[in-house]
Design a binder for this molecule. Structure first.
Ligand code: SF4
Length: 494
C-alpha cells in the first residue's frame, strides 16, 4: 500500500506536495519522496521514515517548480530501502513517475528492457514501467512530444506491464508543463482529482485534496488518463475499456474514514458493514453487555453495530500514537511490550462485563491473541469478537501486503479450502477453530453476502472469495511470493 499526490500549479508547489503527503501518511510510513519539474532540471528529495520527520525547510529550497509529485511508501515489492523510494526519474525525455499498486511481471519487464540495454537502479516495481513509457515516447520521436505521443506510449507500455495500479507522471508535452494521471482498467487502486483555481491536484485519497483546499472533481475513472495543465481545461482520455473492480479492503481498513472513494464515503461504508455484522451477531444469539472497538479503524462499524443491537458503546482501549511499529521488534516479548505501549485498556469498561469487541479484519492474527489476553486480564466475564469483514483466505497480488497464503491465519486454520468463498458450514467451522485458538467465547465474521450488500458497485474481493479480476500467471505468482518471503522477517505464528 502506498499513497501519491501530483500537483500542477501556477506557482511553486513543493510545500503543497509535502502537506498532501502528510494527509496520506497512513498509506505508507517507510519512506517518502518529492520530485519536481523545475526550469532546467528535475530535483528529487527522498527520506526514510515519516514525512514530518524526514523533510526540512532546506529540502523545500531544493525543490523549486510548479509541477510536482509526492509519494509515501509501504513496500509490497522490494524492501523499504531509500533506493526503492518513489518518485522515479528517467532522463529521456525527462519524466517523473510515482504509483500505488503492484506490477506482477517485473522480471518480464526487466528482461524486455535489458534487450535495449536499459538497466534498473532499484527493486521498486514502478521503475521498469517508467523506463518502458520513456522508451516508447523516445521511439515515437526524439523531442517535442505531444499528448497523443504520451497516450500511445502509455498504451504500448501497459501492453507489457501487468498489475493493479494508479499513477501520476509529469513531463513537458508540446512545450508545456504537464501532469498525467492514469488508473488501470480495473480501478483496483484508487485515484481522485480536484481543482483549486487554475491548479489541479491528483491523489490516492480525497483527504489530500481537502487539506489543500482543492475541490474534488471526481475519481480518475478505471482505464482513464487525465492530462492536466494549470489554467487549461482538463483533457480526459479513455485509454482502455473500464472493467471496474475497486479494492474492498480500502474501505475496510486502509483508507481514512473521511475519504470519498469511487463516489462513496468510506465512513458510511464502514457503518454499513457494522450493521450487516450486527445481523450475523444477532442470528447467533450472542449476549453482551457492551460493544468496544479495537481502535482506530473499527470505530464507525462498532458504533453502527452497537446501535443496531441496542447495546452501549464504550472506548475500552486508548491508543498511543507515538510508538514504533510492532513487527520490527525482534522477539515475541518485545512485541508484547510494544503492543501494551500501543493499546492500553481502561479496566472499568471490561471488568465484570460480557464484552463484544469489534475489529476490522484478521490477516496474520499475530497481535490478536495478546489483545484477547489483555481483555481477559481486565476481568471481562466473557469475550466475544466480531470482525466486519469475511475471513481473509487468499493472498493479494495487487499491492496490499499479504501476498502469500502461508501468512494468512484463516487459510492456515482451513488448509483444505483452496477455492471460492466459505459456505455457512465452513464459516462456522473456522469461527469455532479460531475462537478455541484465541480463547474467545465466540468469534463472528461478516458473511461474504454482507460484504457484497454494503456496496452498490462491483468490487475486487479476491482475498475473501478467491475471484481475481486479473489472475496472476503461475510465474507471476511464484515471483511475488518469492520476493515477499525474501524480504519478510515477520513471525507467522499466532
Ligand atoms: S485481493 Fe483483497 S486486498 Fe487485494 S485488491 Fe482485492 S480486495 Fe483489495
Amino acid at each position: 500500500m502506498c499513497g501519491f499526490v501530483g500537483i500542477v500549479s501556477t506557482r511553486e508547489c513543493a510545500g503543497d506536495v509535502l502537506l498532501a503527503l502528510q494527509a496520506l501518511q497512513h498509506r505508507g510510513q517507510d519512506s517518502a519522496g518529492v520530485g519536481m519539474l523545475a526550469p532546467g532540471h528535475f530535483p528529487l528529495v527522498k527520506h526514510l521514515g515519516l514525512v514530518s520527520q524526514g523533510f526540512s525547510a532546506e529540502d523545500l529550497r531544493l525543490l523549486p517548480g510548479r509541477v510536482g509529485l509526492g509519494h509515501v511508501r509501504y513496500p509490497t515489492v522490494g524492501k523499504g530501502l531509500i533506493g526503492d523510494t518513489q518518485p522515479f526519474f528517467y532522463r529521456q525525455p525527462g519524466v517523473l513517475m510515482a504509483h500505488n499498486g503492484n506490477f506482477m511481471n517485473v522480471p518480464a519487464m526487466h528482461e524486455e528492457l535489458l534487450g535495449d540495454s536499459i538497466h534498473l537502479l532499484s527493486r521498486c516495481d514502478v521503475e521498469p514501467v517508467l523506463c518502458l513509457f520513456a522508451r516508447e515516447l523516445m521511439r515515437r520521436r526524439r523531442r517535442e512530444h505531444s499528448v497523443d505521443d504520451a497516450l500511445q506510449a502509455m498504451r504500448l507500455c501497459f501492453e507489457k506491464a501487468r498489475g493493479a495500479y494508479s499513477l501520476v507522471a509529469c513531463l513537458r508535452l508540446e512545450g508545456k508543463e504537464t501532469l498525467l494521471a492514469l488508473r488501470g482498467p480495473y480501478g483496483i487502486r484508487p485515484a481522485v482529482w480536484g481543482s483549486r483555481g487554475a491548479d489541479f491536484v491528483v491523489a490516492s485519497e480525497s483527504v489530500a485534496l481537502d487539506l489543500l483546499g482543492a475541490r474534488r472533481q471526481g475519481d480518475v475513472e478505471p482505464g482513464e488518463m487525465l492530462v492536466l495543465r494549470a489554467g487549461e481545461e482538463p483533457q480526459r482520455h479513455q485509454v482502455w475499456d473500464a472493467r471496474p473492480a475497486p479494492c474492498v479492503f480500502e474501505y475496510i481498513y486502509f483508507a481514512r474514514p473521511d475519504s470519498i472513494m469511487n463516489g462513496e464515503s468510506v465512513y458510511t461504508v464502514r457503518r454499513a458493514l457494522g450493521e450487516y455484522l450486527a445481523k450475523a451477531v444477532r442470528a447467533k444469539g450472542i449476549q453482551a453487555d457492551v460493544v468496544i472497538p479495537i481502535p482506530d479503524t473499527s470505530r464507525p462499524a462498532a458504533g453502527a453495530l452497537a446501535e443496531a443491537l441496542q447495546l452501549p458503546y464504550r472506548e475500552g482501549f486508548i491508543k498511543n500514537r507515538y510508538t514504533g511499529r510492532t513487527f520490527i521488534m525482534a522477539s515475541t516479548s518485545e512485541r508484547q511490550n510494544a503492543l501494551k505501549m500501543k493499546l492500553n485498556p481502561i479496566r472499568s469498561e471490561f471488568a465484570g462485563r460480557r464484552v463484544l469487541v469489534v475489529d476490522d479484519s484478521i490477516v496474520r492474527g499475530t497481535t490478536l491473541n495478546h489483545t484477547i489476553q489483555l481483555i481477559r486480564e481486565q476481568g471481562a466475564t466473557q469475550v466475544h469478537l466480531a470482525i466486519y469483514s469475511p475471513p481473509v483466505m487468499y493472498p493479494c497480488y495487487y499491492g496490499i501486503d499479504m501476498s502469500t497464503r502461508e501468512e494468512l491465519a484463516a487459510a492456515r486454520l482451513l488448509p483444505d479450502h483452496t477455492q471460492g468463498p466459505l459456505n455457512k458450514e465452513q464459516l462456522r467451522e473456522l469461527e469455532g477453530r479460531f475462537a478455541a485458538r484465541l480463547g474467545l467465547d465466540s468469534l463472528t465474521y461478516l458473511p461474504i453476502a454482507g460484504l457484497r450488500a454494503a456496496f452498490d458497485h462491483p468490487q475486487c474481493a479476491a482475498c475473501f472469495d478467491g475471484v481475481y479480476p486479473l489472475p496472476p500467471t503461475d510465474q507471476e505468482r511464484a515471483w511475488i511470493e518469492e520476493d515477499r518471503r525474501a524480504c519478510d522477517q515477520r513471525e507467522l505464528r499466532f
